[in-house]
Design a protein around this ligand. Structure first.
Ligand SMILES: [Zn+2]
Ligand SMILES: [Zn+2]
Length: 173
C-alpha cells in the first residue's frame, strides 16, 4: 500500500467555486481506543475516497472508506475483527465566525486527513466490538470463554459447598 497522506493541500487543486475533484488515496487513522482497549485498522491504513468541492468561500469534503478493524472482543477478549463503513462530511468556510461552518480539520487550506480519518473511524466503530455476534463471553465464575465450552461444565452453582455437606452430616446423625 502507498504511503499514507497525513495532510492535503486543498489549494493545490486550484478549484473555482462549484468545481470539484475526486481523490482516491491512502489515509492512516492511527490507533483507536475504546473502553481502555486498543483497536487498529488492518495494515494501519485505509483506501479513502475524497470528494472535494469548492464552495463560494471555502470547501466541502466528503470522505468514504471501509476499514477492517481488529482488537479485543468486548465480551471474551479474544480477537475481534469488525468491518466499519465510514461516510463523513466536512465543510469549511474561511474567515467565518460561524463555528458550524468551520471544520476542525481544515486550517489554511490544509486538510488534516489523518486526524479526520481517526475521528470518523472512532465515531463509526461499534460500541461493543465482538469476535462474533453471538459471543457468549466469559464464565463469571471461572473466567473461561464460554464460546467453545460445554455449558454443563459451567453450572458452578451445583458444585457442593463443603459447609452444607457438613451440616447434612450433622442433621442425619
Ligand atoms: Zn468474544
Ligand atoms: Zn466456569
Amino acid at each position: 500500500m502507498a504511503a499514507a497522506y497525513h495532510s492535503i493541500d486543498l489549494a493545490r487543486f486550484a478549484l473555482r467555486p462549484g468545481e470539484g475533484r475526486r481523490l482516491d488515496l491512502v489515509a492512516d487513522p492511527g490507533q483507536l481506543e475504546l473502553a481502555g482497549q486498543r483497536y487498529t485498522a488492518a495494515g494501519d491504513a485505509v483506501d479513502a475516497r475524497l470528494d472535494l468541492s469548492r464552495t463560494a468561500a471555502g470547501y466541502a469534503v466528503r470522505m468514504r472508506f471501509t476499514a477492517h478493524v481488529s482488537g479485543p472482543c468486548m465480551r471474551c477478549l479474544d480477537d475481534a475483527d469488525v468491518t466499519v463503513e465510514v461516510d463523513a462530511r466536512e465543510v469549511d468556510q474561511a474567515g467565518t465566525q460561524d463555528e458550524e461552518l468551520r471544520s476542525p480539520y481544515v486550517e489554511d487550506d490544509q486538510l488534516d486527513l489523518g486526524s479526520w480519518a481517526h475521528d470518523a473511524l472512532a465515531l463509526a466503530l461499534p460500541l461493543q466490538p465482538l469476535c462474533r455476534p453471538d459471543c457468549k463471553g466469559l464464565c463469571p465464575v471461572c473466567g473461561v470463554s464460554l464460546n467453545d465450552a460445554d455449558p454443563d461444565e459451567h453450572r458452578h452453582e451445583q458444585a457442593p459447598d463443603p459447609r452444607w455437606a457438613k451440616l447434612r452430616e450433622l442433621g442425619s446423625s
